[in-house]
Ligand binder design. Structure first.
Ligand SMILES: *Cc1c(COP(=O)(O)O)cnc(C)c1O
Length: 356
């Protein structure tokens, strides 16, 4: 039990136009904070008005990027109940990331209590239009005032909330992806499997290049052989080749283990479908395409859930997938997962948790 202290805002913000939310543009009235010190451990859990955090310029997070985050959503269901989707999986992953970055872990029950408390506190911010939700961003930063390179002794855990729009306001449109041949996102032994801001800082240049070419995102290849497919921007990636679902294996430790990825695999298996987790090379993809066997490609992640991929560009060589349209497996996964997340469909897995 955290014994959370509440300081409620005296000036509630005006709500944004819920039909034009986009992603991560608006923030709610409150935020959750909790500090860590060596002698007290995680302590001083509190919910306070949303606003700037004051830190010393020497705070370690600014210099050595000892920072990690999570991303999940709260959903308003048809009965007006608030739901979370597999929050235990995000909390487990956050603690795995903590271990990789030498950050002290947070007791999973305390983390869930914090997430639940801040969502309930600002529940009037959970949008109700179809496809909208409240994005939850927990993060931890190193706050030692010191320029020596070592794990910080003090940390701040913060949770902020952002009402977000439907990713697909105009129906599910497949995205176009560039295969990145110059830069890499992660290598074996690095932080690819950890959800850390540093991974994103190093990937921005590839993303920028892709956008300049008129593409939505980058397909990252493994950093050692430069031929196996890792993942897409902030999404894991799946292919349907010759009727079989294939996704890159997590074994090398350079891919972020997505909760959506895991849920897709479990769901596909529950439908009696085979899912192969293994190495997939770009060559295999191009060959499957040449033989007319590349049936579908899609990304998976909390923000978009399922994002069909209509085209890959590999140094000018274009691979068109399913005529640039969403395929039947992508569509079925999208419908089934979102049905469970928004509490509109039966949940045989027990993934969707009512919190209020
Ligand atoms: C968060 C993230 C994902 C998707 O994970 P989900 O738990 O499904 O949202 C995939 N790749 C990267 C790099 C990520 O940061």
């Amino acid at each position: 039990m955290l014994n959370i202290k509440y300081e409620h805002t005296t000036t509630k913000k005006e709500k944004p136009d819920y039909s034009k939310l986009g992603f991560g543009k608006y923030f709610t009235d409150h935020m959750f904070l909790m500090n860590y010190s060596v002698d007290k451990g995680w302590h001083d859990a509190r919910i306070v008005p949303y606003g700037p955090i004051s830190l010393d310029p020497s705070a370690m997070v600014f210099h050595y990027a000892q920072e990690l985050f999570e991303g999940m959503k709260a959903y308003n269901d048809p009965n007006g109940k608030i739901r979370l989707f597999r929050p235990d999986k995000n909390i487990e992953r956050m603690n795995r990331t903590c271990r990789r970055l030498c950050v002290p872990e947070i007791d999973p029950a305390d983390a869930l209590e914090a997430i639940t408390a801040i969502v309930k506190c600002d529940k009037d911010w959970i949008p109700t239009l179809p496809g909208t939700s409240l994005y939850i961003r927990p993060f931890i930063i190193a706050t030692d005032e010191h320029l020596g390179v070592h794990p910080s002794k003090n940390y701040l855990f913060c949770i902020i909330l952002s009402p977000v729009g439907s990713y697909y306001a105009n129906g599910i449109d497949p995205v176009k992806i560039v295969i990145e041949r110059e830069y890499v996102r992660a290598v074996k032994g690095g932080t690819g499997a950890a959800k850390v801001g540093g991974n994103y800082a190093s990937s921005l240049i590839g993303q920028q290049k892709a956008e300049e070419m008129g593409y939505a995102q980058v397909l990252w290849l493994d950093g050692v052989h430069r031929k196996y497919i890792d993942e897409v921007g902030a999404m894991n990636v799946f292919f349907v080749i010759d009727g079989k679902v294939v996704t890159p294996t997590l074994e090398n430790g350079n891919i972020l283990p997505g909760v959506t990825r895991m849920s897709c695999i479990e769901m596909l298996k529950s439908w009696g479908m085979e899912v192969e987790e293994r190495l997939i090379s770009v060559d295999e993809l191009e060959e499957a395409n040449a033989n007319g066997k590349l049936d579908e490609a899609f990304g998976t992640g909390t923000a978009a859930v399922i994002s069909p991929i209509g085209e890959f560009n590999d140094d000018g060589k274009i691979i068109t997938v399913n005529d640039g349209k969403i395929g039947p497996i992508s569509q079925k996964l999208y419908d089934s997962l979102t049905g469970i997340q928004w509490g509109k469909a039966e949940d045989p897995f027990g993934w969707s948790i009512v919190i209020d």
